[in-house]
Design a protein around this ligand. Structure first.
Ligand SMILES: CC(C)(COP(=O)(O)OP(=O)(O)OC[C@H]1O[C@@H](n2cnc3c(N)ncnc32)[C@H](O)[C@@H]1OP(=O)(O)O)[C@@H](O)C(=O)NCCC(=O)NCCS
Length: 212
């Protein structure tokens, strides 16, 4: 619990979320891989890490967040300035589980696991982004595996992680399937993205599932 709050304190100096000890302690995924055990398509996976965002990531953040190709499937809009990048980083840093995906400690994307509140704390929503420059090298898959391992350890009340993916977003669906998420179904006209209401697939991963 302490580590969650320390991360939260990094940029803000105050915690905005607290995780009370759960009444129900589920068994989390039996297969929790260490970073060295996580394989990657074409590069040494030890180059990939997750860490909290730092204000000094602003230029790297701006590189991918200013790319329409990258933000196409995201709820938020493409950004255009370093100031906007700093504002986003401050916002991202208010939650301990919005982590920077790094290659050799350079920020190239993010993975976010956002738990629901109150009685729904058993459930969290996951999303991720990798800079277009680094796509297709297995990085999102490795980062998601790392995030899943850590988040089930750090948030013991978490039982289910879910992801919503637009039907057209084949790359993201593939990432989820490679990690072991189950496609549960199609949610028709589920939500707005970039001004259009979209059909989305819902995927889930339970704490007792095996990370692939
Ligand atoms: C989706 C995204 C995270 C993938 O990142 P990545 O680092 O390239 O992912 P990986 O390399 O780990 O895996 C991608 C897989 O999708 C496959 N893929 C990519 N585009 C595809 C397409 N159009 N059709 C089918 N498969 C596709 C790749 O071949 C790869 O599978 P493989 O390893 O079996 O060959 C990245 O493209 C991205 O950030 N996109 C924009 C943001 C986004 O869509 N986020 C998800 C919101 S739900």
């Amino acid at each position: 619990m302490a580590s969650v709050k320390i991360i939260d304190l990094v940029l803000r100096g105050k915690a905005t979320h607290s995780y009370d000890p759960p009444l129900y302690m589920p068994t989390y995924s039996k297969l929790c891989l260490e970073p060295s055990q996580i394989s990657c398509n074409s590069m040494n996976s030890s180059r990939i890490s997750l860490r909290p965002f730092k204000l000094s990531d602003a230029n790297d953040f701006l590189k991918w967040a200013s790319d329409d190709k990258v933000t196409r499937y995201l709820r938020w809009n493409t950004i255009t300035s370093r100031e906007e990048a700093l504002t986003y980083i401050e916002k991202l840093a208010t939650h301990p589980w919005r982590q920077s995906i790094c290659l050799d400690d350079q920020s190239i994307g993010y993975v976010s696991v956002k738990p629901e509140q109150g009685d729904d704390m058993c459930r969290a929503h996951v999303s991720y982004v990798v800079s277009a420059e680094y796509c297709g090298q297995g990085i999102a898959t490795v980062a998601l595996r790392m995030a899943m391992c850590r988040v089930f350890r750090e948030l013991p009340c978490l039982v289910r992680i879910e992801a919503l993916v637009e039907v057209e977003n084949k790359g993201s669906q593939r990432v989820l399937e490679k990690v072991g998420f189950l496609k549960e179904g199609l949610l028709r006209k589920y939500g707005y993205c970039k001004g259009e209401i979209r059909d989305m697939f819902i995927y889930s991963f339970l704490s007792t599932d095996k990370i692939m």
